[in-house]
Unconditional design. Structure first.
Length: 260
């Protein structure tokens, strides 16, 4: 990997695109992701690599948008799930209010030997029990049941959660700024992730997703108190540092394809 290469690319690996590649076949689930807050810190790859599923490695990009081969990112993401539906089931596939909940997750950025770029979730805290259990069983993702809520108003959006049965909490609040007319390479790298690497039944699978390009706003952090990043195995004190990137999106409609 050569320092100074733009777009986070290496030989044979395309740059991250703000537009999703089309899914192959019909999506199996569709959801609206709303009021999305992205809080990110840069870290050395050595902090992330041991936490990834087999066959995935950290995807890298420096803060200036070049690929230094050593810098990767940790995201603390809050958003609302609404209108969950399962297209193969037709009209019977709408989850209704059962599928509407708040989630706060910790994620890192991945690539594999097939050149597929995505994310790996280290934890996902969801505000309803049934979707939490269902998602954990169906996908193998590390979902946890939590008390979670979103607050918005006066140009601010914030999330607060407490994982049931533990003392783990996360609370962050941002002020939404101007719309991003042309995202930087780093902003694209952190948001335009068209799949996830998941360890499931002894194998790592890649689950692709698609949605419209993110409508983004730059944002500023108002408050942050978080236990989730350290609990996921990342460096203690990381979430106590000033974030390197804070973004907001009003949301997108996301569709997932079958994993491979």
């Amino acid at each position: 990997m050569t320092a100074g290469r733009t777009g986070g690319a290496e030989p044979g690996l395309p740059a991250v695109s703000p537009e999703a590649p089309p899914l192959r076949g019909r999506p199996w689930i569709s959801q609206d992701w709303l009021d999305v807050v992205f809080v990110h810190w840069r870290v050395d790859v050595s902090a992330v690599a041991p936490l990834l599923p087999a066959g995935a490695r950290p995807d890298t990009m420096a803060a200036d948008g070049t690929d230094d081969g050593a810098t990767t990112w940790v995201g603390l993401i809050g958003f609302r799930f609404t209108d969950t539906r399962f297209p193969p089931l037709g009209p019977l596939g709408r989850a209704g209010r059962v599928g509407d909940f708040v989630e706060v997750n910790v994620r890192v950025y991945t690539r594999d030997d097939q050149g597929r770029r995505g994310v790996a979730f280290l934890s996902l805290d969801a505000g309803k029990l049934l979707p939490t259990v269902g998602a954990r069983v169906a996908t193998g993702l590390p979902y946890w049941w939590a008390h979670a809520e979103v607050r918005s108003g006066d140009g601010r959006v914030g999330y607060a959660m407490r994982r049931h049965g533990t003392h783990l909490r996360s609370r962050f609040d941002v002020r939404v700024g101007d719309a991003v007319t042309e995202p930087t390479p780093l902003e694209t790298f952190l948001t335009a992730r068209w799949g996830m690497h998941v360890r499931r039944v002894g194998a790592t699978r890649y689950w692709p997703n698609e949605h419209e390009s993110w409508p983004l706003h730059r944002a500023s952090l108002v408050t942050l108190r978080d236990d989730l990043v350290a609990a996921a195995g990342l460096p203690a004190g990381l979430s106590g540092l000033e974030p390197d990137s804070v973004l907001y999106s009003p949301g997108v409609t996301t569709r997932f394809g079958v994993g491979s």
